[in-house]
Design a protein around this ligand. Structure first.
Ligand code: COA
Length: 377
C-alpha cells in the first residue's frame, strides 16, 4: 500500500455498492431508490418514503395502510425498557439513553431471531426498531426530566405520535406536516458516518440491533447529527448576547477563535447548497409566529448565513434549518438529535439489509507511522 492510497477521513472513497441512495452533485439531486428526495418530501409522506427506502418501491394505498398498522402494533415498549429508562441517572444525555434503549431491545428477541441476518428477519426487526425508536427517544427525555411517561397512542399516525409523545397533547395539523417534512428530509443520505458505522458493524455478521446501536453513537457527534442541537443553541445564544445586531460580531469572533459554526459545511456538498437545506429554508417564515422570539431568531438565522457565505463560502447543511424549525415547533433541544436518528432508521435498516445480503467484512489497513525494530529487554 502506498501513501497515495491513503485518503484522510476516507474522503472520496467508495465504501460499498448500493441501490439505496446516491448524492448526485452534478444534478444537485439526492437520489433515493431512483427518486429525488426533495420531490418525495414535497409530494409523499414520511411513511410512504420510509416504505420506499426499506422495500425499494413506493407503496400503494393498501401497502401504506398496512405499513402504518404494523408500526402501530410494534410501537409498545417492553415494560423492562421503561424500568431501564427510569434507572438511568437523570444527567444522561437523551441520545445516550436512546442508544441504551435500542441496544436493550435486542434482549427481547429470541437468540434465533436476533442472529438471523436474512432479509426477511432483518425487515421484521428493522420495523420494530423504527416503531419503537421515537417511543424510546421521547420517553428517555421524560425520564431524564422526571416527567411521567407518554406511550404511543394507537389512534394516532406515526408523525402525530411523535408530537403527542413530546408534548402530551394532540398535535395541530401544521406542526404534523412540518415534522413529516423534516423526517422525510432526514430519512436517508447515502454514506454518512453513522450509516458507514452501521455497515461496518453489520459486515462482521453482527445483528441489526448492534449495527443501529453503533449508528446512534456515531450520529450523536456534533460533526454529524449533533449539529442540529448546536445550531439552535447558537441562534439562542446570539439572541441572549444582544439579538440580530450582534450576529455578525458573534460569528466573526467564532472565526477568530477558529471555531466551527455548526450547521454549515458538508463533506460531500463542500461549497454547494445542501438541497434539503435549500428546500427547508423557505418553510421557516411560516413557523416563526409559533414563538414570541421567532422573528428575531429568523433575522439572526439570515445574518449568520450571509456572514458565513461572505467569509467562508460555506452553505448551510440540513441541520441548520432543521435545528431552527424543531425549536419553532417547540421540541425540546435535547430531543433534536435523537429525533434525527429516529427519522434515519429506515435508511439504516435498508443499509444493514443490503450489507447482510451481499457481505464482505470491512477491514482496512493503516498508514503505519510508528517505530520499528524495537526489542524488549
Ligand atoms: C461537516 C464537516 C465535518 C465536513 O468537514 P470536512 O469535509 O472534513 O472538511 P474539513 O473539516 O476538512 O474542513 C475544510 C475547511 O473548511 C472549514 N470548515 C468546514 N466546516 C466549517 C464550519 N462549519 N465552520 C467553520 N469552518 C468550517 C474548516 O475549518 C477547514 O478549513 P481549513 O482548511 O482552513 O482548516 C464540517 O463542515 C463541519 O465541521 N461542519 C460543522 C458541523 C456540521 O454542521 N455537521 C453536520 C454535517 S451534515
Amino acid at each position: 500500500m502506498t501513501n497515495a492510497e491513503y485518503s484522510p477521513g476516507l474522503e472520496g472513497v467508495i465504501a460499498a455498492p448500493s441501490t439505496v441512495s446516491y448524492l448526485d452533485l452534478e444534478k444537485e439531486e439526492i437520489v433515493v431508490r431512483g427518486y429525488d428526495l426533495i420531490e418525495l418530501a414535497q409530494k409523499r409522506s414520511y411513511l410512504e418514503t420510509a416504505y420506499l427506502v426499506i422495500h425499494g418501491h413506493l407503496p400503494d394505498e393498501r401497502e401504506t395502510m398496512a405499513f402504518g398498522e404494523r408500526l402501530k402494533e410494534e410501537s409498545a415498549l417492553p415494560k423492562g425498557a421503561y424500568s431501564v429508562l427510569e434507572a438511568l441517572p437523570r444527567q444522561t444525555n437523551a441520545m445516550d439513553a436512546l442508544r441504551t434503549g435500542i441496544s436493550l431491545l435486542a434482549s427481547y428477541e429470541s437468540p434465533e431471531v436476533l442472529q438471523d441476518n436474512s432479509t426477511a428477519a432483518n425487515l421484521i426487526k428493522g420495523l420494530r426498531i423504527m416503531a419503537k425508536g421515537p417511543v424510546l427517544a421521547c420517553n428517555a427525555y421524560h425520564a431524564m426530566k422526571g416527567q411521567p411517561f407518554v406511550p404511543a397512542d394507537p389512534k394516532l399516525g406515526f408523525i402525530e405520535n411523535v408530537l403527542w409523545m413530546v408534548h402530551g397533547k394532540q398535535p395541530d395539523q401544521e406542526s404534523t406536516e412540518a415534522l413529516d417534512l423534516i423526517f422525510t428530509c432526514y430519512i436517508e443520505h447515502e454514506m454518512p458516518n453513522s450509516t458507514f458505522a452501521a455497515r461496518v458493524i453489520a459486515s462482521t455478521l453482527s445483528d441489526i440491533y448492534g449495527a443501529i446501536t453503533g449508528a446512534v453513537a456515531s450520529l450523536k457527534g456534533p460533526l454529524h447529527g449533533g449539529a442540529n442541537e448546536a445550531a439552535a443553541m447558537m441562534l439562542l445564544d446570539i439572541l441572549k448576547q444582544g439579538g440580530p445586531s450582534k450576529a455578525e460580531e458573534y460569528i466573526m469572533d467564532m472565526r477568530s477563535r477558529h471555531e466551527r459554526v455548526m450547521g454549515f459545511g458538508h463533506r460531500v456538498y463542500m461549497r454547494r447548497y445542501d438541497p434539503r437545506a435549500y428546500l427547508l429554508k423557505d418553510y421557516i417564515p411560516k413557523f416563526t409566529h409559533k414563538k414570541p422570539e421567532g422573528e428575531e431568531l429568523y433575522a439572526i438565522y439570515r445574518t449568520v448565513e450571509e456572514v458565513m457565505f461572505r467569509e467562508t463560502k460555506l452553505y448551510p447543511n440540513a441541520d441548520y434549518p432543521i435545528g431552527f424549525l424543531l425549536y419553532l415547533l417547540d421540541i425540546p433541544i435535547p430531543l433534536f438529535t435523537p429525533l434525527f436518528l429516529c427519522a434515519r432508521i429506515p435508511g439504516l435498516v435498508a443499509h444493514v439489509v443490503e450489507q447482510h445480503a451481499d457481505n464482505r467484512l470491512f477491514r482496512p489497513r493503516v498508514l503505519y507511522q510508528g517505530p520499528r525494530g524495537l526489542h524488549p529487554a
